[in-house]
Design a protein around this ligand. Structure first.
Ligand code: PGA
Length: 257
């Protein structure tokens, strides 16, 4: 998509942070800021992803405002005997409209494979959820000149053949930029987003543009420049989404509209 004719999607990934009270209070603060600055919604669609335990209350708190709510993962199975798991059906039932899948923290810490991510995409889309699939290379892979190959292979395996393109968003998050304060250079972001856009056009229906978000140390002071890059259709934000001012500050900083 060109940056002229679109709103950017800004998604806050709250990860394993906040008490229930703090999560609802953050949602309340976002609602209050948006009430005073409704023009922000001309530039950005906003979404927050609290922990599973807080989804229902955060969703209720944001019921009256156009801030979407999503989950950070879902099971690769339907409801049944899967102790400790949370199904896409349960997520959708409490008001979430999308789900982050294949985040690098899950790929690294839970050993989640791209094949599992593809299963989850299918289960989530079957429940009507928008699936936000994360891909990204490690520093070692980038330094070895393998970044494009790794990301293409993750896309190939994480996106199932029968994917519904209109319910798919990709998030490019270089692993070394997540939570480190190191942002990928604008040239690296531009080049990778172009590779992803081309790859997705080849793999899927060529007429549909898939939104591609950038993630990795996005802050209000770098979001403006990043938002001008072609094929950057929004941001997946971790640390800076834990505070209402900095999260909204990212939406404020969006340029190129
Ligand atoms: P960060 O996290 O903004 O704290 O780098 C991004 C993410 O993990 O999605």
């Amino acid at each position: 998509m060109s940056n002229i004719d679109k709103k950017l999607l800004v998604v806050g990934n709250w990860k394993m942070n906040k008490s229930l009270k703090e999560a609802v209070s953050l949602a309340h603060d976002l609602k209050a800021i948006l009430h005073d600055a409704p023009e922000l919604l001309m530039k950005a669609e906003l979404s927050v992803c609290p922990s599973f335990l807080h989804l229902s209350d955060v969703s209720k708190e944001l019921d009256s405002v156009p801030i979407l709510v999503g989950a950070q993962d879902c099971a690769d199975n339907e409801n049944g005997a899967h102790t400790g798991e949370i199904s896409a059906e349960m997520i959708s039932d409490v008001g979430a409209v999308h789900v982050i899948l294949g985040h690098s923290e899950r790929r690294q810490n839970q050993g989640e494979t791209s094949e599992q991510v593809a299963q989850k995409v299918q289960k989530a889309q079957a429940q009507g959820l928008i699936t936000l699939v994360c891909v990204g290379e490690t520093l070692k892979e980038r330094e070895a000149g393998e970044a494009y190959e790794i990301v293409e292979s993750q896309l190939e395996k994480s996106i199932p053949e029968n994917v519904e393109s209109n319910k798919l968003v990709i998030a490019y998050e270089p692993v070394w930029a997540i939570g480190t304060g190191k942002v990928a250079s604008e040239e690296d972001v531009r080049a990778m987003h172009e590779v992803i856009a081309l790859f997705m056009k080849e793999k899927l229906d060529k007429t549909i543009s898939i939104r591609i978000l950038y993630g990795g140390s996005v802050k209000p002071d770098n979001a403006g420049n990043l938002s001008r890059i072609q094929h950057v259709d929004g941001f997946l934000v971790g640390g800076a989404s834990l505070n209402a001012e900095s999260f909204i500050g990212i939406a404020h900083a969006i340029e190129g509209q």
